[in-house]
Design a protein around this ligand. Structure first.
Ligand SMILES: [Ca+2]
Ligand SMILES: [Ca+2]
Length: 125
């Protein structure tokens, strides 16, 4: 019988831990982020290293999280794949992407199109 699932060694162990935690924190909607955690998110999301998170970086990160949660890889999060059961709703990848764009815009307090460390630390409710 072939192995059911092959997991290679992944370099970003730390990132995976955050991926598990972040959606859960977002799901409860009230984040008292610690400064350390926030700078970690910034460093992880800021792939071009300019010290701020663009919408593209934000969505890439969030969709990465989505794909990690989408255990059966069908492009939708069934309730059992979501932290806390997602109130019984299915979320498609496209709906999630749109949700993340809205969230990004709300979180971008100064409206400059980027999230800086302070904006990342103060997610919208
Ligand atoms: Ca950036
Ligand atoms: Ca901003």
């Amino acid at each position: 019988m072939p192995p059911h699932r092959v997991e290679g060694r992944r370099p970003a162990r730390r990132a995976l831990a955050v991926v598990r935690v972040l959606p859960m924190m977002m799901a409860i909607g009230a984040v008292q982020a610690q400064p350390q955690a926030t700078s970690d998110y910034l460093a992880l999301m800021d792939t071009d290293g300019d010290g701020r998170v663009s919408l593209a970086e934000y969505q890439a990160w969030m969709l990465y999280a989505f794909d990690r949660m989408d255990v059966n890889g069908d492009g939708r999060l069934d309730p059992h794949e979501q932290p806390g059961g997602g109130r019984g709703r299915v979320i498609t990848r496209e709906a999630y992407r749109a949700q993340m764009a809205e969230r990004f815009n709300r979180q971008d307090a100064n409206g400059d199109g980027y999230l800086d460390a302070r904006e990342l630390a103060a997610p919208p409710l």
